[in-house]
Every structure is written in C-alpha cells, then in structure tokens.
Design a protein around this ligand. Structure first.
Ligand SMILES: C[S@@+](CC[C@H](N)C(=O)[O-])C[C@H]1O[C@@H](n2cnc3c(N)ncnc32)[C@H](O)[C@@H]1O
Length: 219
C-alpha cells in the first residue's frame, strides 16, 4: 500500500469529525453526532459515496444552517475531506465511514432533507444491478429517511445509470422533478447542480462526457 494512503488510514482514526461503523456494536441513531442538540432544527443533507467530500464541504460552507454528512466506505478518501473541514473551521460537516447499505442504522426516520448521489458507480453488469444506488432497496431507504417533500439528487456521467434511475423512481411511485442530460447546458440554479464540481466530474468533462442530473421526491 502506498505510504501516503497508509498515513491517511492512521490519521483518520483521530479526526473528531469522522464516525466509524464498528462491527457488532449497535447504537441508537439518535446518539450519533449529527443529532447533537447544537444541530437541532438544522437542514440535514447526506452525500452518499462522498469520496473526498467535495460536495459536503461546499454545502456546509455555503449554508451554515445546514448540517452535511458525507458517507463513504473508503476511509483514506474521507480523511481528505475531514481534514479540509477542520482546516476551514467548518463544524457543520461530518463524515461517516460505512457502507451505504447500512445507513438506516445511523439516521432516524424522516429527519433528512436532501440526499445527494454524487457520481455513484454505475455497476453496468447485469448481476450487479442490485448494487446501483437507485435500485429499489436503496430507494426504500431514502424514502424512509427523507422528511415529507425531501429531495434526492443524482449527478452522473453515466447514461446507463441516469436512465435506470429515472425508470426506477417512476416504478417506485416517486416523482422526477428535474431531469437534464447536460446540466452544464441548462440554467438549473439548485446549489450544487452545476456550481460544485468534484475532481471526478472535472475528469469526466475533460473527456467530453456530459453530466446528467436528476432531482426526485419519494413521498
Ligand atoms: C466514483 S466515486 C465518486 C466520489 C465523489 N462523490 C465525487 O464526485 O468525486 C464513488 C465513491 O462511492 C464510494 N462507494 C461506492 N459504493 C459504496 C457503498 N456501497 N458504500 C459506501 N461507499 C461506496 C466509493 O468508495 C467512491 O469513493
């Protein structure tokens, strides 16, 4: 393993804004830091598959009245975002290292205002369809966590995932609010839709790929 990555695995363990899912140790969701009294009444935003947390950091900086939680299974990536949050004095962003399949264990029903799926893996193979973050079991979880009228946003460079998600939402009985096959060619003003650009997104655009965008509700 590269030295740099190994150092991040070590450093991340000591960051106060990172929570780890510990195997076999279950806690009630209300005991996690994002439900601390100082965050009561704040808008809660989740970024799933946050990588280095570029969206979470940007949302937290743009709106001090919102609390953002970036979630990823890779702690060396989370380490980058969490250290930046501390360096920038952002105390309204946290990171959770877990698999997205387990997020119900960490959040209470109907307490989340927005869920962002930022460039999730498209899992193109048929046998991996169930791993797509817009497969029915994930949509069930989002519906469970969102407040009434809460919104899910997807940004992706994958036509396959974009079309699959539209169908999946419609089949589930949700409502697509906005659908764009090229978000950079529209005037959508949802913060984050166009103005936040992760390194992953920049690389995709440099290769000439258009960025697809969906906003949908489930209740
Ligand atoms: C293509 S990267 C995108 C990262 C970031 N959102 C961005 O826009 O740059 C996908 C991320 O999702 C994470 N990921 C994929 N499947 C996951 C899962 N089931 N649970 C937790 N994280 C997952 C990966 O570790 C990776 O960091």
């Amino acid at each position: 393993m590269p030295k740099n990555k190994r150092h991040k695995y070590e450093r991340v363990k000591h960051l106060t804004n990172v929570t780890f899912s510990l195997f076999g140790k279950s806690r009630p969701p209300c005991s996690y830091p994002w439900y601390a009294p100082r965050y009561a009444g704040m808008k809660k935003v989740l970024e799933l598959g946050c990588g280095k947390g570029e969206y979470s950091l940007a949302f937290a900086a743009a709106d001090p009245r919102s609390l953002c939680v970036g979630i990823d299974s890779k702690s060396h990536r989370i380490c980058v975002g969490a250290e930046k949050a501390i360096a920038r004095g952002l105390d309204n962003v946290h990171f959770l290292r877990t698999r997205i399949e387990h997020i119900r264990e960490f959040f209470m029903e109907q307490t989340i205002h927005e869920i962002w799926l930022t460039f999730p893996d498209p899992h193109p193979k048929k046998r991996a369809v169930k791993c797509r973050l817009s497969a029915a079991p994930f949509i069930d979880t989002y519906a469970h966590l969102l407040i009434p009228g809460g919104t899910v946003y997807l940004k992706t460079d994958s036509d396959l995932l974009y079309n699959y998600t539209r169908e999946s939402v419609e089949q589930w009985g949700g409502q697509v609010l906005t659908a764009s096959e090229n978000i950079h060619g529209t005037d959508d003003s949802t913060p984050g839709a166009r103005d936040i650009v992760s390194a992953f997104e920049s690389a995709a655009r440099l290769q000439g790929t258009t960025i697809k965008y969906l906003a949908f509700t489930l209740n």
